[in-house]
Design a protein around this ligand. Structure first.
Ligand SMILES: [Zn+2]
Length: 433
């Protein structure tokens, strides 16, 4: 009997905003002293009322559009009722019947819905005690749900990587899995090959904190379910986690313990207005369109990818090009290789001024540069070997070394040509020997 996996995704991502979803507390509470980032609203003290964060709503609309969704004419918040110690109100403000966006498509996979909700607090289990930290309570959270139309775990990984790039590029989220600002859940079941109906059960994989582990967990789960079905057994509907050390999935919660959330419209918040839902924002482009744009401007595919994944670097590149009249490709290369300083550690103005000073320097003579280039090629054998294997960044590294040694007194393009010449001259001599 042949089986086919049926996989769907639920992705949660914290929205990058200054304040929380329904109060004025800072949204970024990572690393703060527990319970120092709270107020009556996010602690659910009696009488406190929520006020929605407009930027979070706008970013949700932006993302929903970028994922090809239809934006709703009518959208509202609802209460999702359940009891858990990290949920001070006894319910979470979420969206149910009327999400912001529905019926999209991204990377060839249909996106069922995109909605906005608030994050919960966090439980910390320490020395036999369970402690609650409400710093995260009320941070805006977007949930993206796909249709169960994946069948290959590798395609899941590809989809998630592209989604993360989109989130980061649109500055919707840091999408940092280590900090928990991007969280993954997958549901998976198997059906007989060729069948169209969804299987009568599904297993949810939760609390998995990397794309790699999720892909592994899916593969392991496919095998486990296949064995059960092949031996005539049923697969239990349940939530499972992934034991990274043993490489197996483990049961966390059975269906009988599933919650009935008793959703109903949040009485303290009016529905989102038509005007809010018509938010236009800047034109959205997919990560691939952005990469293609850079490539058309002469940026290498590798560097294009780096720029698309890092908005501060792509903005820095545009600013650098404008301030120095360097090309986009040249500016990207200068910033990525930190030739005049690290954009992560200092403002672009400093890097630009250092670049300008270096341009005014008296350049070395041809002979001096040659001697220096010979030395760099000799001293960096592994980078030279990498470059010869086709790794373009290795050449940029060598150029960086040469610029450093010369104190910036070399024109980059000239130095680059010279380095290439030296490397090729050297390989052809060694080939003769
Ligand atoms: Zn608050």
């Amino acid at each position: 009997m042949k089986y086919e996996p049926v996989i769907g995704l639920e992705v949660h991502t914290q929205v990058k905003t200054a304040s929380k979803m329904f109060c004025g507390c800072p949204a970024d509470s990572f690393g703060r002293e527990p319970n120092s980032n709270t107020c009556p609203v996010c602690l659910a003290l009696p009488g406190a009322l929520p006020v929605p964060n407009e930027i979070a709503v706008q970013k949700t609309i932006q993302l929903a559009k970028a994922l090809g969704c239809q934006i709703a004419d009518f959208s509202q918040f609802e209460r999702k009722n359940y009891f858990y110690p990290d949920l001070p109100k006894g319910f979470q403000i979420s969206q149910y019947a009327h999400p912001v966006g529905e019926a999209g498509e991204f990377e060839g996979i249909p996106v069922r819905r995109v909605h906005l909700e608030e994050d919960t607090g966090k439980l910390i289990h320490e020395g036999g005690e369970s402690l609650v930290d409400f710093n995260r309570s009320g941070v805006p959270l977007i949930e993206i749900v796909t249709e169960p139309e994946f069948s290959d775990p590798a395609v899941v990984t590809k989809f998630l990587k592209e989604l993360r790039t989109l989130l980061v590029h649109l500055e919707i989220s840091d999408a940092d899995m280590e900090k928990g600002s991007l969280r993954l859940e997958a549901n998976i079941s198997l059906r007989r090959a060729g069948e169209k109906d969804l299987p009568p059960y599904k297993v949810e994989l939760k609390n998995i904190n990397s794309f790699g582990f999720l892909e592994k967990a899916l593969r392991v789960e496919i095998e486990r379910q296949q064995e059960l079905l092949a031996s005539g057994k049923e697969v239990a509907q349940e939530t499972r986690g992934f034991d990274e050390k043993k490489g197996v999935t483990v049961s966390q919660r059975r269906k009988e313990e599933a919650f009935d959330y008793r959703y109903f419209p949040e009485p303290d918040l009016p529905p989102l207005t038509k005007q809010t839902l018509r938010f236009e924002g800047k034109a959205m482009r997919t990560p691939q369109e952005l990469r293609d744009d850079y490539i058309a401007q002469g940026v290498s595919p590798d560097y294009s990818d780096i720029l698309v994944r890092d908005p501060s670097l792509s903005q820095g590149t545009a600013a650098f090009a404008k301030a120095t009249r360097e090309s986009i490709a040249g500016s990207a290369s200068i910033l990525i290789n930190k030739r005049y300083g690290d954009l992560k550690k200092e403002p672009i103005e400093k890097i630009v001024s250092r670049y300008k000073v270096s341009q005014e320097k008296v350049l070395l003579t041809g002979g001096e540069i040659e001697t220096l280039a010979d030395k760099i090629v000799l001293d960096n054998e592994s980078a030279v070997a990498d470059y010869l294997k086709g790794k373009e960044p290795a050449l940029q590294f060598l150029l960086g070394q040469l610029m450093k040694e010369s104190g910036g007194k070399v024109a980059p393009q000239e130095a680059l040509d010279l380095l290439k010449k030296k490397i090729h001259a050297r390989t052809s001599t060694s080939a003769k020997n």
